[in-house]
Design a protein. Structure first.
Ligand code: FE2
Length: 494
């Protein structure tokens, strides 16, 4: 690590704001790096060059966002959980300041990054080429690490510099493990979480679940979506610049930054982190279209072009990451007559084919929205809701045809384990990232389909696959935000 020789943070706010648009003398990595899309032989490292070593203090000035009706110019009151499709947006900072000076901001800088990597303890480092990071790309470069060894732990050092004559690059270190081959039976630990809101942190440095998950040393981690909430809080993200502000302040939180550089991640996108509550491909809000929201999500997480994918992790585990927004029926209101689709016919066909082709002992379906539920009767957004009952029944029947299969869902702000009465398909809801973000389900008594129900708390899920003489076992556990197990079940392969 390079020592920070001069801190810009105590400077007067005015100067800070001016520096937001000035040329940096040196560059930093306030948002750390992320190791994403790991397979048995490859990985990608998401890097971002920033102007300063840390985010601005959260109590700094915030931009004032205002919305005006496009046709009439009339002001429109800002509300959470809604879209503003035909609106003109203004964003104002106090005089003399730009968005880079906002509370929590970690603005990008132009520069270069490269990644050094080696099998842990090996003598020789390999390195990627230096690549340019531009302000236009929010300082982000996604580096590919090809030709990796399966089931190997790698050390990584990400270097960021201003240019080729910058002799003292900023360095951050981390590590990750590649997936074992389908022929290798190994113990696997993974963690799944969802729904993290910047305004609902439970530690001064972010979220307690990150160190709690890190203590389990997971081989990989899945964020099932609502990674940020564009349509919540005092700064509703209605422009691309505000969307990037949301992303940067989240990943500059020290607990997240430290977790992501030491664990590989798979990111799934949902509605609040793409555009707004219950959005779909036809949605737009302020200056953001759905397509622009998806583009920014890819930029910020390394999400591949085709979001639905399946990942094999050794002999005993295969996971499916289902895409819940891109293939939805657009304009539900106009098409009430026909049964709408949520995952889309092509993705459902792909799911059936890849499940049939899978030779893994356990199959884990990760979904951004519930497949089993139960959910509230006033919602119309997922397979547990009446509006998607037709396709939901088909999907649950498809899943029920496969042995040793479990569904894990994000999105809901309470934890549960349920079994579908018709097909017995199990679903685990991992809960929101912090207790302050819990809510949505008020019933304290479990319904018949609930095997477990816990409201009013945050947490996450972990899974442990252990090879046995005749197959494997899969232990699934729901944790509270400090990592304590609140529910567990052990599944033995059939
Ligand atoms: Fe959420």
């Amino acid at each position: 690590m390079k020592t920070e020789t001069r801190s810009l943070l105590p400077l007067p706010a005015l100067l800070l704001g001016l520096l937001g648009s000035a040329v940096a003398a040196e560059v930093h990595q306030a948002t750390g790096f992320k190791i994403v899309n790991v397979t048995s032989t490859s990985a990608e490292v998401w890097t971002r060059v920033t102007l300063r070593a840390a985010a601005n203090p959260a109590n700094g000035p915030l931009p004032r966002v205002e919305v005006f009706e496009a046709k009439t110019g009339q002001p429109v009151p800002l509300r959470e959980n809604r879209m503003f499709p035909d609106a003109r947006i203004t964003v104002q900072m106090p005089p003399g300041l730009d968005l880079g000076a906002a509370g929590g901001a970690a603005p990008a800088a132009a520069g270069q990054t490269r990644v050094r990597f080696r099998v842990k303890g090996a003598a020789q480092w390999a390195e990627t080429a230096w690549r340019d990071a531009s302000i236009e790309r929010d300082g982000i470069v996604l580096h590919a690490l090809p030709g990796l060894l399966p089931a190997a732990r790698y050390e990584v050092v990400v270097q960021a510099r201003r240019n080729a004559s910058d002799g003292g690059p900023d360095e951050q270190a981390g590590e990750f493990k590649t997936a074992p081959l389908p022929t290798q039976s190994e113990r696997v630990v993974f963690c799944v979480m969802t729904c993290q809101k910047y305004e609902r942190q439970d530690r001064p440095d972010g979220l307690a679940i990150y160190p709690a998950m890190g203590a389990l040393r997971p081989d990989f981690f899945v964020n099932t979506g609502d990674v940020v909430y564009f349509d919540h809080g005092p700064v509703i993200a209605l422009t691309p610049a505000l969307a990037r502000f949301h992303w940067a302040r989240m990943f500059a939180l020290p607990t997240l930054r430290d977790f992501h550089r030491n664990h590989s991640s798979f990111f799934m996108k949902d509605d609040h982190d793409t555009l707004a509550n219950d959005c779909g491909p036809a949605s737009r809000s302020g200056e953001l279209t759905y397509a622009e929201g998806v583009r920014i999500f890819r930029e910020q997480t390394g999400l591949p072009e085709v979001a639905n994918r399946t990942v094999r992790w050794g002999r005993d585990l295969q996971v499916w990451l289902m895409e819940g927004r891109d293939y939805r029926s657009p304009d539900r209101e106009a098409n009430r007559g026909s049964a709408p689709t949520l995952w889309g016919p092509a993705q459902i066909k792909w799911l059936g084919e890849t499940l049939t082709a899978s030779t893994a002992t356990f199959r884990v379906i990760l979904t951004t929205v519930p497949v089993v539920g139960p959910d509230r009767s006033n919602k119309d957004d997922n397979y547990a809701n009446a509006g998607f009952a037709v396709e939901g029944s088909k999907v649950r029947a498809l899943l029920a045809r496969h042995r040793n299969l479990t569904v894990i869902t994000g999105d809901r702000h309470w934890q549960y384990v349920s079994a579908d009465p018709a097909t017995s398909v199990n679903e685990w809801s991992v809960g929101p990232a912090s207790a302050a973000h819990a809510g949505g389900w008020d019933e304290k008594t479990p319904r018949p389909e609930h095997r477990f129900l816990r409201t009013g708390h945050g947490g996450f899920l972990s899974g442990v696959v252990t090879p046995t003489a005749s197959g494997a076992s899969l232990e699934l556990r729901l944790h509270d935000t400090d990592g304590r197990v609140v529910y567990r079940e052990q599944k033995v392969s059939r």
